[in-house]
Design a protein around this ligand. Structure first.
Ligand code: ZN
Length: 174
């Protein structure tokens, strides 16, 4: 059980990679899009921003919407960037509903270290699916890093649901 669980919970390549970026003091959100989607766990690449699985998720399916440009403030975002990020937040909620049927969502932005921003120089939106009792589940497991579903497993489900929804939207447009 222990071994199997450990393998399920980690994407070792990404863990090592993020640790390396941290140690080199590089910005993880500038680095992630330079790699393949599978390596960086990018769900979707927009024109101005991308959607990626959080490496340190609060919950299964915790997504981040990140602009390609390294900017730290909402006011630094162009209107185009900001609007696309908002559209991707909305799309992320739709995709997560289809994939995991959560009971609710937390959506937000942490600006500055005091607010808990892990990468304060590069702004990003959080979309966190919530289930009734999920906080209790995490408390029982005894670690906020322990999740009911592996990052990789969640990634493949979300990636395929995202494609389904995009295809539906394109079909409606024609
Ligand atoms: Zn950056």
């Amino acid at each position: 059980m222990g071994d199997k669980l450990f393998k399920l919970l980690w994407n070792p390549w990404r863990y090592e990679y993020i640790r390396k970026i941290d140690s080199e003091k590089k910005c993880v959100f500038c680095e992630l899009p330079k790699h393949s989607d599978d390596q960086s766990l990018i769900i979707h690449r927009g024109r101005k921003s991308y959607v990626v699985m959080n490496a340190y998720p609060y919950n299964t399916g915790h997504l981040l919407i990140v602009p390609y440009r390294h900017v730290g403030e909402l006011s630094d975002l162009t209107e185009e960037e900001y609007l696309e990020m908002c559209m991707l937040v909305r799309r992320s909620v739709e995709v997560l509903k289809k994939a995991f049927n959560p009971d609710g969502f937390n959506i937000g932005v942490n600006i500055g270290r005091a607010a808990g921003a892990g990468v304060p120089g590069h702004i990003h939106f959080h979309v966190v699916p919530r289930w009734v009792g999920d906080a209790n589940f995490i408390a029982i497991i005894g670690s906020t890093k322990t999740l009911p579903m592996a990052l990789n497993e969640g990634y493949h489900i979300l990636k395929s649901k995202w494609k389904d929804i995009e295809t539906d939207v394109e079909a409606l447009d024609h």
